[in-house]
Design a protein around this ligand. Structure first.
Ligand SMILES: Nc1ncnc2c1ncn2[C@@H]1O[C@H](COP(=O)(O)OP(=O)(O)OP(=O)(O)O)[C@@H](O)[C@H]1O
Ligand SMILES: [Mg+2]
Length: 357
């Protein structure tokens, strides 16, 4: 006879969802990360219908068919296009369920700290309409901290800098609570934009997202390279003639463009660290900061930040998965999940009162 508890196991999924601007990552309790796809939809402009999601939509980017456009429904870490975000989330949830159990009874999802009430409601609605059971919302910074190994019982403070695609989120965490946070609406994709702007303005070449992403991840660094004359061919469209074209670009030309964005991020970190209470500042002085998010993978960004703030800087394990790993840990501790989730209306309203107001 099948016992109720084992039956329950078959149908129960606890799902953790990091709905990011660049990627959506889903982990299931006991199974780890089951989905990691770009937060993109491909739309048929004639019918307004979504024809592809995620990876499949990403493969169309820049080379869309005549009537197809690829869109990122989340802009700046928030829900820019509610209807499409909802459909995308539902699609990903459905995909994450196949292969494992079919029913999700609870889910926990992250949100940026300075999310407005309206934005949070939109996210929560999108999640609830995806049929994943009870949905808990949790601050991204706290999830990233737990995912990076910070213990909810640790009474001393830790600093977590999550560099995502469109947001940089700084969270100072102690005793499983955020004691201070700052969220800026720029991140690693600002580097892509700066590279594209530079190529267009100074080299007369229009390039697509795939090209800037390739440049950033394989050729760019946050330190001045030893050999600044090392070059790479970049292809695109000539601004003047419109013809297919290519230019050579060197590491020496790329570095200052990247550095300008990295400096902006570093300045935000430095400034935020001046806003701490003395005991918290003392903890951070000893411990330094932890980097999470895909932006932490930029070559040398930890070294750059270390030089800038004069404190230890480490990159967490699997920085892109820190948030989702932290979210999924919450299912091991239902009391903690209850405490850290911010679904109650009153809490939501409090969320709009700035820190130390
Ligand atoms: N190897 C790499 N080098 C440099 N940048 C990288 C690398 N891998 C990923 N990135 C960048 O990390 C960013 C994505 O990070 P992440 O997945 O944490 O973002 P997100 O959670 O979707 O965004 P957000 O938190 O802003 O909503 C992208 O801008 C991507 O280009
Ligand atoms: Mg993120």
């Amino acid at each position: 006879m099948l016992r109720i508890s084992s039956l329950k196991k078959l149908v129960t999924d606890s799902m953790a969802i990091d709905l990011g601007t660049a990627s959506t990552i889903i982990a299931v309790k006991g199974r780890g990360v089951v989905l990691d796809e770009p937060s993109l939809v491909a739309i048929n402009e004639m019918t307004e219908e979504i024809v592809a999601f995620g990876e499949e939509a990403g493969d169309m980017t820049g080379r869309e068919g005549r009537d197809i456009v690829v869109r990122a429904p989340l802009i700046g870490g928030v829900v820019g296009d509610f209807e499409r975000t909802k459909k995308m989330l539902a699609h990903f949830v459905k995909k994450a369920k196949t292969g494992g159990s079919q029913v999700s009874l609870q889910a926990v999802m992250s949100m940026v700290s300075d999310v407005t009430h309206v934005e949070q409601r939109a996210l929560l609605n999108a999640a609830e309409e995806s049929h994943i059971g009870k949905v808990f919302m949790m601050e991204e910074g706290l999830a990233a901290a737990f995912g990076a190994g910070v213990l909810p019982t640790d009474k001393r403070a830790s600093a977590i800098i999550d560099i995502g695609a469109a947001t940089t989120n700084i969270a100072i965490v102690a005793k499983g609570t955020i004691v201070h946070s700052k969220s800026e609406r720029y991140g690693s994709s600002s580097i892509n934009e700066a590279l594209a702007t530079h190529l267009r303005r100074h080299r007369g070449l229009q390039v697509g997202e795939e090209t800037t992403e390739f440049l950033k991840t394989t050729f760019a660094s946050a330190y001045l390279p030893d050999d600044i004359s090392k070059s790479i061919v970049v292809r695109g469209r000539d601004v003047q003639t419109g013809s297919p074209a290519a230019v050579d670009i060197t590491t020496g030309e790329v570095y200052p463009i990247v550095e300008a964005i990295v400096r902006k991020i570093a300045e935000t970190v430095r400034d935020t660290l001046t806003e701490l209470r003395p005991e918290v500042a003392a903890d951070i002085y000893d411990r330094g900061v932890i980097l999470t998010g895909g932006g932490a993978l930029l070559d040398g960004i930890d070294k750059y930040l270390r030089g800038f703030i004069n404190l230890p800087v480490i990159v967490s394990d699997e920085p892109r998965y820190a948030t989702v790993n932290g979210l999924v840990k919450m299912f091991d501790d239902p009391k903690l999940l209850e405490r850290v989730s911010r679904n109650e209306l009153s809490v939501l309203q409090n969320a709009e009162i700035p820190f130390e107001a």
